[in-house]
Design a protein around this ligand. Sequence first.
Ligand SMILES: [Fe+2]
Ligand SMILES: [Fe+2]
Length: 272
Amino acid sequence: MTRMIAHISDLHFCSVQPDVVEGLAADLSALQPDLLVVSGDLTQRARSHQFRTAATFLSRLTMPQLIVPGNHDLPLFDLVRRFLQPLQRYQRYIDENLQPFYRDQGMAVVGINTARAVSWRRNGFWKDGRISSEQLWNAELQFQGLPPDVFKVVVTHHPFIPPPGERLKGIVGGAPRALDRLEAAGVDLVLAGHLHMGFGEDVRVYHEAVKRSIWSLQAGTATSTRRRGEPNAYNVIRIGPTEFIISVRTWRGRAFQEGVRKTHERKQVDPT
Ligand SMILES: [Fe+2]
Ligand SMILES: [Fe+2]
């Protein structure tokens, strides 16, 4: 059975282009994926009215949804709220559950919140985010015992790898340890955003210790006006029994249209 995920990211309400927002709603409604993944930065500044607008947009879409917050979903200037109740508004308006999980016959998807009020990494800034051991433990529990033919996906806001050709910096804190454990848990695909750039790569290009292929897929910003030289876009992943196909749907001025399509062989986990 083929399953379909639509992966949107970095919506940044209310710094959006209204016609792109309407085009995205129409495109997703026509596509009707089995699951809509939103990999963070739903708002521009974590204000209540921005979360309400994001929630209204998501409520128009009728498919199942799995959402994680991004660094922009934490208050930036309200330091009291940032440190004492960083995700209160996100949880109030978007999703109370910070460990979302979706499962059907063909796939299992775990969301991990990587947004942090403070990053303790020596060389990092708080916008880079982090994964904790407890979050990995929860992901391992969710994937535990699932048949090897169930396609396993992890969703974060912050990326595990940098853009092609760039040095290994600006990625989520704890990435090497996380990939070790996600590999052991049989994860096939990691989905993220944050950079406002769309690209895909095998994590082994940057993390040589990982033995099995985990594909890392970044989404550009679906609706934000803050683009990095790329049009608004989002990803579609079609999962079959032996392969998965990734395509990018790009805003072409009046509508989203399908661009590059790339087929990847599924790597079955060796049960030994
Ligand atoms: Fe963003
Ligand atoms: Fe971000």
